[in-house]
Design a protein around this ligand. Structure first.
Ligand code: GLN
Length: 501
């Protein structure tokens, strides 16, 4: 029973709790025990997934009991009341540590909850811990964390993707029913692809960034990593909405996504009749795109055709510029955002003879290699003499990429593309070659540069029996349609029902 419970979707678990088949403390215990068994293994052990940076057991049990009381009196009957969630380590929580998986914030406890956490709490979810990530969300494999690498539950010799690798691994391994992650250049979508999960990078400005440790502020969005589209839609409707404390927020109210949740109940022969899906054929001709990933996308295309959608093949230009533009913009913003970690305001402080010495030593000792590389790159592209040649040019290219997507999306409703050129790769396989790792973000970074919403969902398995995801990109604030299109795929396929354990 315990293992079976861990394979269920968050929605199903919520229903069992509401129907009094099981209580929230019982559910929380099952997930915590599984998570704890892994958490207590020695760091570096070959069989340790290492999804968590902090397991908040005492808080979770206490919280589950409180929620259970509210459920019994009928006070809290949201679909996710009593359901266990894992939160990425760069999202501030007053319970547990928030370190962005960096040495520079080791032991740091936030004095406030992020807006998304406040919203989840109001919906009655139970946080069981904070989960591992690439340091400050810079990376695509969760190998740059100060707290050790996270392993992929589908194959422990492989990476879970990143930077939200701990979020993805915790759900795929059945340590939490769903998780929150953040996506600056693909960090929700790529780990979902590597772990057979459904995740959403929402429209920029639809989910509050208040309490999200900033990496690239004009690109960052928080979103869900779940077993299926129904869960993802329910979580997104909880966490999205207005917030005055995020000046980039554009919402008057939360997304209304009930129709997505009900997609599963409608039966129609050609449910997507009238829908236009664009497939950028040049995306499938890129060097480095694995054969099985390409085949998976073509099969998804055919499936959508069977569902009644019209498929429009077209060329989406500028793809070669997406990664360099993203790297310049994100590094520039990161170099400014990370200046606050100076050993004075919070976190780690090194010794030094004078103030400058303290800054220098704190940042030299507190940041890891990848973070330093990006701070240096960012400072360089913003420095006078190079600003016009790099940063300003990147902003111009960013505008052109946005134009290309807007034009494409004026002719089609949704764009279908790969998430990542490959399946999950071996641990150590790319970390020594940053350029190769950066190129893994070729299909995801444009979405952040343009602010558009995108979903990543299970679309098949590779010859090595590893999950492969597909990406659907929609118009600004078209989450309802986008998730509806994803839901129709999950109605007629079983990939998302397969589990790693
Ligand atoms: N992999 C990308 C990077 O290294 C994306 C990171 C992210 O979305 N946070 O920057």
């Amino acid at each position: 029973m315990a293992n079976e419970l861990r394979t269920k979707s968050a929605f199903e678990i919520g229903r069992l709790i509401r129907d009094k088949q099981i209580s929230s403390p019982e559910v929380t215990r099952v997930f915590l025990d599984a998570a704890k068994a892994d958490f207590s293994k020695a760091v570096g052990a070959d069989d340790k997934i290492n999804a968590f940076t902090d397991l908040t057991e005492e808080y979770a049990m206490h919280r589950a009991e409180e929620i259970q009381k509210q459920i019994e009196t009928g006070e809290n009957l949201s679909p996710f009341s009593g359901v266990p969630v894992a939160i990425k380590d760069c999202i501030c929580t007053t319970n547990g540590t928030t370190t962005a998986s960096s040495k520079i914030l080791e032991g740091y406890v936030s004095p406030y909850d992020a807006e998304v956490v406040r919203r989840l709490n109001a919906a009655g979810t139970v946080m069981i811990g904070k989960v591992n990530m690439d340091e400050f969300a810079m990376g695509g494999s969760t190998e740059t964390s100060h707290y050790g690498i996270t392993r992929n539950p589908w194959d422990l010799s492989r990476v879970p993707g990143g930077s939200s690798g701990g979020s993805a691994a915790s759900v795929a391994a059945g340590f939490a029913a769903f998780a929150l992650g953040s996506d600056t250049g693909g960090s929700i979508r790529q780990p979902c692809s590597f772990n057979n999960l459904t995740g959403v990078k929402p429209t920029y400005g639809s989910v509050s960034r208040y309490g999200l440790m900033a990496y690239g502020s004009s690109l960052d969005q928080i979103g869900p990593l779940c077993h299926d589209v129904r869960d993802a839609a329910a979580v997104l409707s909880i966490i999205s909405g207005p917030d005055k404390r995020d000046s980039t927020n554009i919402m008057d109210e939360s997304f209304e996504l009930c129709s997505v949740i009900h997609h599963f109940e409608n039966v129609a022969d050609k449910p997507l009749k009238g829908l236009k899906i664009g497939l950028p054929t040049n995306y499938l001709e890129m060097d480095g795109l694995a054969h099985d990933v390409r085949e998976t996308i073509i099969q998804a295309r055919n499936k959508y055709k069977e569902l009644g959608a019209e498929i429009i093949d077209f060329e989406l230009p500028l793809i070669d510029y997406a990664v360099p533009t993203y790297l310049i913009v994100s590094a520039a913003e990161a170099s400014s955002n990370l200046s606050r970690y100076d050993g004075v305001k919070y976190g780690y402080r090194a010794d030094g003879d004078d103030l400058l010495d303290v800054y220098y030593n704190t940042r030299s000792e507190g940041f890891g290699t990848e973070v330093k590389r990006r701070i240096m790159l960012g400072s360089f592209v913003l420095s006078s003499g190079y600003f016009d040649a790099y940063y300003k040019k990147a902003l111009k290219v960013r505008a052109l990429i946005k134009q290309a997507f807007d034009e494409a999306l004026s002719k089609v409703d949704v764009i279908l593309s790969p998430v990542c050129p490959t399946e999950a790769y071996e641990i150590g396989g790319q970390i020594k070659d940053p350029i190769a790792m950066y190129l893994g973000d070729i299909y995801t970074t444009s979405v952040n540069l343009t602010g558009l919403p995108a979903v990543s969902l299970p679309a098949g398995f590779s010859n090595n029996n590893l999950p492969i995801g597909m990406q659907l990109i929609g118009k600004t604030l078209s989450e309802e349609k986008l998730l509806g299109v994803a839901a129709e795929f999950q109605k007629v396929t079983d990939y998302h029902k397969k589990r790693a354990f």
